[in-house]
Design a protein around this ligand. Structure first.
Ligand SMILES: Nc1ncnc2c1ncn2[C@@H]1O[C@H](COP(=O)(O)OP(=O)(O)O)[C@@H](O)[C@H]1O
Ligand SMILES: [Mg+2]
Length: 143
C-alpha cells in the first residue's frame, strides 16, 4: 500500500445518506480535478467484487466485509478507509453520518458540505479542487 508521502493523488472519501449527491459530486470532481482521480462507488464495488458477507434480508442490503474492502483497496495502491454506516433518513436527521466521520478521522480532514442545489454542487467541487491544488503544492507536486 502506498502511503501518504508517496501518493500522487489524494484519497477523498465522500459519505452521506442515500440521495444526497455523493455520486454527482464524485463524477464532477473526477472531471475537474487537476490530478487524476478515479470515482469508486463503494456500494457498487462491494456488490460487483463480492466484498461482503452475504445479503441481509432484514436490511435488504449487503453486509460489507470491511477487511475485504481494505484488502481490495490496498491492491489498488490506495488506502480506502471505510466506516460501515447504516444509511437511512433517520440517520440524516440524527447527524449519524457526520458524527461517525468525525469519530473515524482526524477532525480537520472532515468537511461537511451543503448540497441543496446546483450552485452548491459547483462551489463544493471548486472548493475540493482548491484543496487538491494546496495538497499538491504542500508535496512539491504542483504542475
Ligand atoms: N446539489 C444538488 N442539488 C440538487 N440535486 C442534486 C444535487 N446533487 C445531486 N442531485 C440530484 O439528486 C439525485 C441523487 O444524487 P446522487 O448523486 O445519485 O446521490 P447519492 O450518490 O448520494 O445517492 C440525483 O437525481 C441528482 O441529480
Ligand atoms: Mg450514489
Amino acid at each position: 500500500m502506498s502511503d501518504s508521502t508517496s501518493r500522487k493523488s489524494p484519497i477523498i472519501v465522500i459519505t452521506g445518506t442515500p440521495g444526497t449527491g455523493k455520486s454527482t459530486h464524485a463524477q464532477l470532481l473526477a472531471e475537474e480535478s487537476p490530478v487524476p482521480l478515479q470515482h469508486i462507488n463503494v456500494g457498487e464495488w462491494v456488490k460487483e467484487k463480492g466484498l461482503h458477507e452475504g445479503y441481509d434480508e432484514e436490511w435488504q442490503s449487503y453486509t460489507v466485509d470491511e477487511d475485504k474492502v481494505r484488502a481490495r483497496a490496498a491492491r489498488m495502491h490506495a488506502g480506502y478507509p471505510l466506516k460501515k454506516i447504516q444509511e437511512n433518513n433517520e440517520a440524516e436527521i440524527m447527524d449519524v453520518v457526520i458524527d461517525e466521520a468525525r469519530a473515524s478521522y482526524a477532525e480537520p480532514i472532515v468537511v461537511e458540505l451543503k448540497s441543496e442545489g446546483m450552485e452548491d454542487l459547483q462551489s463544493n467541487v471548486a472548493r475540493i479542487v482548491q484543496w487538491i491544488e494546496a495538497w499538491q503544492k504542500d508535496r512539491g507536486l504542483a504542475a
